[in-house]
Design a protein around this ligand. Structure first.
Ligand SMILES: Nc1ncnc2c1ncn2[C@@H]1O[C@H](COP(=O)(O)OP(=O)(O)O)[C@@H](O)[C@H]1O
Ligand SMILES: [Mg+2]
Length: 642
């Protein structure tokens, strides 16, 4: 018997590569996201410019109010004052309206782009193969989809429009100030480097604390997710580690609040710096005006008032832009992360011209032709030289020690992975060439872990055939020996199960999964029998359900139950990724090889069948390794009761 591990001479496929966010990022890609909405982008840009320009109209009019209307050469001019006041009020209201419209447009644009990005990401993730999802790094997928994308949207709407509008406000204010007095403008510009230095000094700390906050928030949610899940809580309880977990949480919580406090204080400090500067700059302007007048420059009171009003429109955008540049850095990272996911190439793709099978004429002959398979990034190959054919109507069983590669063989039948070498064919067509739809219709899979999603039992059963009639669903429920159990629920097939609903036992879940597959009626059936201990009654029911399921299809099963193994047309013994023996139960026993040894180990040497007093033959195949320990008498009584 070959015990040697499968050789690694065939090419090893690498796990889907994830580019680093900084590699994946480019402004061009961000811009491309907006391309389909060029019109709206233009509208936003125009509104921003109009808003910024409107913003300097009133400060300039202030000059006229002072120098012409209030203290003009001809004294007070009430008529002109009224005109100016009305214009200024209209401009103020106009700016407000433009601001509101701009906000609405910017948000709408942001939402459209966000939705496109989110949908694309989800769609893309759906096309990736199992090897991507079984990687450890996918724990953060959900946060990618929800939080990254919405933060990115925030970056789009706030950051980009802020850079634009603040930039234009700054520029227009500067131009207006030059028009009023280049001397005062020069003095003001001298103050800008000091302003930048002061705000940067505070700002960089603020950034640091914000980053710390994010890290600590993430840490905290990791702890809660880990430890407040059913399995996490169970683990902590069973190992008496609850105090440890509480301590871990408390420590993280303490760090979080300390940082939050620092962050709030520094945030306040930032505004104080800005406010102080805004308070001081007009004062300097007055001083500068004094010296300018002293030097013989012609400066009116109106010019000085208008000028100091404009100063606010100069410094405030600078402060906002400094902040925005920080945000820009983090949005680079956000977009980079999203792009890096979008860049992962799906490794299982539909052929360009896929072969569609005619559902009615599929025979279901399933053949492995010299299949080698290596899990992406795994150290050693999992399958080597696997060759066999399963004819229509046959039940093919795979047995072998745990880790031998049995489940892997089954996964290849459903093309959850592609072989590295060789091919898996159904009706002579390689799965690589078959359309995804045909494959899904042809192959039905009952997995070890029967997954029920949040929804009604009906939804769960009709998942593969949403258009099934009520009768068909009930029929499938009956055939899977779960109908009676379902009817015990008050809501019957409308009972909500899964995530937020009623929890079913492992055996019940499995029978639901069998009903699901029965309803979609595949030609090729793949069964990874549950090894989890089930009670005898539910084992027997599953047995009934399985019998129903197997009839008339090509069935490939990883079998643990003696009845399935004995009923198999061919048993393949798998070891270290290779088929080392094949034959019927009796043939293999007679060979006294690996199968015989495995059989003795799992089911004991002795005669496992017992005839009960009433003539029923016990050991109906629901035997598991520990089962032969039960006494015949008790087992018979149990059988009689069931
Ligand atoms: N997703 C995976 N990535 C890497 N290696 C895997 C993966 N799944 C299974 N393996 C490895 O492949 C081998 C065969 O596993 P499997 O087919 O599940 O065995 P069996 O079903 O016979 O118990 C084992 O060595 C296992 O560690
Ligand atoms: Mg397995």
């Amino acid at each position: 018997m070959s015990d040697s591990p499968v050789s690694a001479r065939h090419p090893v496929r690498e796990a889907p590569k994830i580019a680093s966010p900084s590699e994946a990022f480019s402004w061009r890609r961000v811009a491309a996201l907006f391309a389909p909405n060029r019109g709206r982008v233009a509208v936003v840009a125009v509104l921003v410019v109009v808003g910024a320009v409107l913003g300097i109209v009133n400060p300039l009019l202030i000059q006229r109010v002072f120098d012409d209307a209030l203290f003009g050469d001809a004294g007070l001019d009430l008529g002109l004052l009224w005109t100016l006041v009305i214009v200024m009020v209209v401009v103020a209201i106009g700016s407000g309206v433009v601001g509101v419209v701009q906000t609405i447009q910017t948000n709408a644009l942001g939402q459209v782009v966000l939705r496109r990005l989110r949908d694309r990401l989800y769609q893309h993730l759906q096309t990736l193969s199992l090897s991507f999802f079984s990687g450890a790094r996918t724990g953060d997928l959900q946060s990618r989809l929800s939080s990254d994308v919405s933060s990115a949207q925030n970056a789009v709407t706030t950051t980009l429009s802020s850079i634009l509008s603040n930039g234009i406000t700054f520029a227009s204010a500067l131009v207006a100030m030059f028009l009023l007095s280049w001397q005062l403008t020069a003095v003001t510009l001298l103050a800008i480097p000091f302003f930048v230095l002061a705000t940067r000094a505070v700002g960089s700390r603020r950034e640091k604390y914000t980053l710390e906050m994010q890290a600590e928030n993430a840490e905290m949610s990791t702890i809660t997710q880990e430890t407040l899940s059913v399995s996490g809580v169970t683990l902590a309880k069973l190992f008496g580690r609850q105090q440890r977990e509480i301590d871990r949480f408390t420590a993280s919580s303490e760090k979080l609040s300390a940082t939050a406090q620092r962050q709030q204080v520094i945030g306040q400090a930032f505004f104080t710096v800005v406010q102080t500067f805004l308070g001081i700059t007009p004062i300097i302007a007055y001083l500068a005006a004094g010296y300018a007048l002293d030097g013989g420059t012609n400066l009116t009171a109106g010019t000085i008032v208008a000028f100091t009003t404009l100063q606010n429109r100069l410094f405030f955008p600078v402060a906002r832009m400094l902040e925005t540049f920080v945000e820009l850095q983090s949005s680079r990272a956000l977009f980079g992360r999203i792009f890096s996911y979008l860049d992962i190439e799906p490794d299982i793709v539909e052929a360009e011209h896929p072969v569609r099978l005619d559902a009615d004429s599929v025979s279901g002959t399933t053949a492995f032709d010299n299949v080698h398979f290596h899990y992406p990034d795994a150290a050693v190959a999992s399958l080597g030289d696997v060759t066999f054919t399963a004819e229509p109507g046959q039940l093919i069983a795979f047995v072998g020690p745990s880790g031998a590669g049995k489940s892997t063989i089954l996964q290849l039948v459903a093309r959850l992975y592609d072989p590295n070498e060789g091919a898996v064919n159904i009706d002579g067509i390689s799965l690589r060439d078959m359309s995804f739809e045909s494959l899904a219709l042809t192959v039905g899979f009952v997995t070890q872990e029967s997954y029920l999603f949040a929804g009604t039992l009906r939804d769960n059963i009709s998942y593969g055939r949403p258009d099934a009639t009520e009768n068909e669903v009930v029929e499938a429920g009956r055939a899977a020996a779960i109908h009676d159990r379902i009817m015990e629920f008050e809501d019957g097939y409308d009972t909500v199960v899964g995530e937020r609903g009623f929890r079913l036992s492992g055996g019940e879940r499995q029978r639901i999964a069998i009903a699901r597959v029965l309803l979609s009626d595949p030609r090729v059936l793949v069964l990874d029998e549950a090894t989890s201990a089930l009670d005898t009654a539910s084992e027997r029911r599953i047995q009934e359900a399985l019998g129903e399921l197997i009839a008339g299809r090509t069935t490939l099963a990883v079998a643990h139950r003696l009845s399935t193994i004995q009923a198999a047309d061919v048993i393949h013994v798998v070891d270290h990724g290779r088929i080392i023996e094949s034959g019927s139960h009796d043939e293999l026993l007679a060979q006294s090889g690996a199968y015989a040894a495995l059989y003795r180990e799992q089911f004991g040497d002795g005669e496992v069948e017992t005839e009960c007093a009433d003539g029923t033959v016990l050991a109906d195949g629901s035997l598991r390794p520990h089962d032969h320990a039960r006494t015949d008498g008790e087992a018979c009584r149990r059988l009689a009761r069931a």
